[in-house]
Design a protein around this ligand. Structure first.
Ligand SMILES: [Zn+2]
Length: 91
C-alpha cells in the first residue's frame, strides 16, 4: 500500500505516511476486551431501554413479541437472579 498523497510505500499498520505525514486510513483497530465489554454494555442498555420503552407504549402484540424474544428473557433472568438469591438466602 502506498501513500495516497506522495506515493511512498507505507509500512504495514502505519497510520501516517513517513514521507509527508498524510493520515492514512489504517486497518481497523483490533478489538480489545475492554472494547468488547463496552459494546456488550451498550447493546444491553439499548435492548433494555428499547424493551421498557416499547412495553410502555406499543400495542399489545408488539409487547408480546418482545417478551417472547430470547434476549428479553435472558435480561429478565439476569435482572431477577440477584433477587432470587437474596430471597433464597433469607436476607
Ligand atoms: Zn505521503
Amino acid at each position: 500500500m502506498n501513500c495516497p498523497r506522495c506515493g511512498q510505500p507505507l509500512s504495514p499498520g502505519a497510520r501516517f505516511c513517513a514521507g509527508c505525514g498524510q493520515a492514512v486510513a489504517g486497518p481497523a483497530t483490533p478489538r480489545s476486551a475492554a472494547h468488547t465489554i463496552t459494546w456488550i454494555n451498550h447493546f444491553i442498555h439499548e435492548v433494555a431501554s428499547l424493551s421498557v420503552r416499547d412495553l410502555a407504549r406499543v400495542d399489545r402484540a408488539h409487547a408480546v413479541e418482545i417478551i417472547k424474544s430470547p434476549v428479553f428473557r435472558l435480561l429478565c433472568l439476569v435482572a431477577i437472579a440477584p433477587l432470587a438469591i437474596q430471597t433464597l438466602e433469607g436476607v
